[in-house]
Design a binder for this molecule. Structure first.
Ligand code: NAD
Ligand code: GLY
Length: 364
């Protein structure tokens, strides 16, 4: 299991960066050493600011620190909110040497990263993820974006941070529902690349649900190792990186259908991963037993394994065709070959997809 503090490297040539993982890491890691200029803009939200903003500011006493506190929620991950960050940057006379720091979950992280990519054509930024989902997924790999009313993460850029600081203590304040949603992305790594980790998760899920610090640090570290390896191989998703989107095409359809207001991302991904696994089984790849293990583990984490009751198969098809993995009008999906190996493919039967969607929508 992980020791108190560990480091994982994302190897991308001159855009390489470290991920620090540990207890009390906001205090322990030398954040200031990743900040070149004198000025910093911390981007956070109304929920996280009272919990961690002062702690972070306390590590930056030799910098000129501004902050912007955004409204909380996926429904605010849009161009209007992004403009509030630009207002603060321009109003505060921030120049090209300014560093942005994202203090929060994936919503804050994705918006801050995109603002950093755009402001004066690019300023440095640091990720300090405070949800499990952001610690194991969204803070690593440089995908940044905002949503559009017609589709999730439709406007964005690949833009890597200078460093990712994961303070696992921040998970102690995370509501259960958010914690469980993060576990969906942890389970994803087991499903797509690491069957041994999947089995470890099955064996240690109770410890994780109790938020045992050692078990959590280990799960975060292994997730980051897998993500860093995939991103290093395929930074801009020309191929293998797309497997990180297991269940996401289905999941994004759910989120868009609900206008980003009901299920949270990890919940939608959980139901989506089951639908992808069902399609993998019906396509003759994944053994039925692996599908059962997947459902069982997700259920143990209080995650949904069927879509929202008010969604129909046609809703999925309509919304899935807007996915970023659609190329030349052809839907591509991440499917499982077996537990621990995924592929991106357009080689599945539309009849099978319809069968899976109809079965899933009638089961919920
Ligand atoms: P989130 O950012 O909305 O955070 C969830 C909730 O937890 C929010 O209410 C937030 O204020 C609160 N919160 C955050 N940290 C807390 C803490 N320590 N204590 C108490 N409350 C806390 O949601 P999320 O699940 O972190 O991220 C979801 C977003 O991430 C989605 O927009 C998704 O598209 C994006 N995402 C991006 C990538 C990527 O590669 N860039 C990958 C996966 C997901
Ligand atoms: N979360 C998917 C990716 O980073 O590619």
């Amino acid at each position: 299991m992980a020791s108190k503090s560990t480091q994982v490297q994302v190897s991308l040539g001159d855009r390489s960066y470290p991920i620090f993982i540990g207890s009390d890491e906001i205090r322990n890691s030398d954040i200031a050493s990743y900040i070149g200029g004198k000025k910093v803009l911390i981007v956070t939200n109304e929920t996280i600011a009272p919990l961690y903003l002062e702690l972070l500011k306390g590590q930056l006493t030799d910098k000129q620190v501004d902050s912007v506190i955004l409204a909380d929620g996926e429904q605010h991950k849009n161009l209007d909110t992004l403009n509030l960050i630009f207002d603060q940057l321009i109003g505060g006379h921030h120049d090209r040497k300014t560093t942005l720091i994202a203090l929060g979950g994936g919503v804050v992280g994705d918006m801050t990263g995109f603002a950093a990519a755009c402001y004066q054509r690019g300023v440095p930024f640091i990720q300090i993820p405070t949800t499990l989902l952001a610690q194991v997924d969204s803070s690593v790999g440089g995908k940044t974006a905002v949503n559009h009313a017609m589709g999730k993460n439709m406007i964005g850029a690949f833009y890597q941070p200078q460093a990712v600081i994961i303070d696992t203590d921040t998970l102690s304040t995370l509501p259960d529902r958010e914690f469980h949603a993060g576990l969906a992305e942890v389970i994803k790594y087991g499903l797509i690349v690491d069957a041994v980790f999947f089995q470890w998760l099955e064996n240690n899920v109770d410890l994780l649900l109790q938020r045992d610090k050692q078990a959590l640090a280990y799960a975060v570290e292994l997730s980051c190792v897998s993500k860093a390896r995939i991103v290093a191989e395929d930074e801009t998703e020309q191929g293998i990186r797309a497997i990180l989107n297991l269940g996401h095409t289905f999941g994004h359809a759910i989120e868009t259908f609900q206008n980003y207001r009901q299920w949270i991302h990890g919940e939608a991904v959980a139901a989506g991963m089951v639908m992808a696994a069902e399609l993998s089984v019906i396509s003759g790849n994944l053994p039925e037993a692996d599908l059962s293990r997947t459902k069982a583990l997700l259920k143990r984490c209080s995650l949904p394994v069927t879509p929202p009751a008010d969604m129909a198969a046609e809703d999925f098809i309509r919304l899935m065709l807007r996915d970023k993995k659609v190329l030349d009008g052809q839907l591509r999906l991440v499917l499982l070959k077996h537990l621990g190996e995924a592929c991106v493919t357009d080689q599945f039967s539309i009849d099978h997809l319809n069968q899976v969607l109809i079965k899933a929508c009638t089961a919920s």
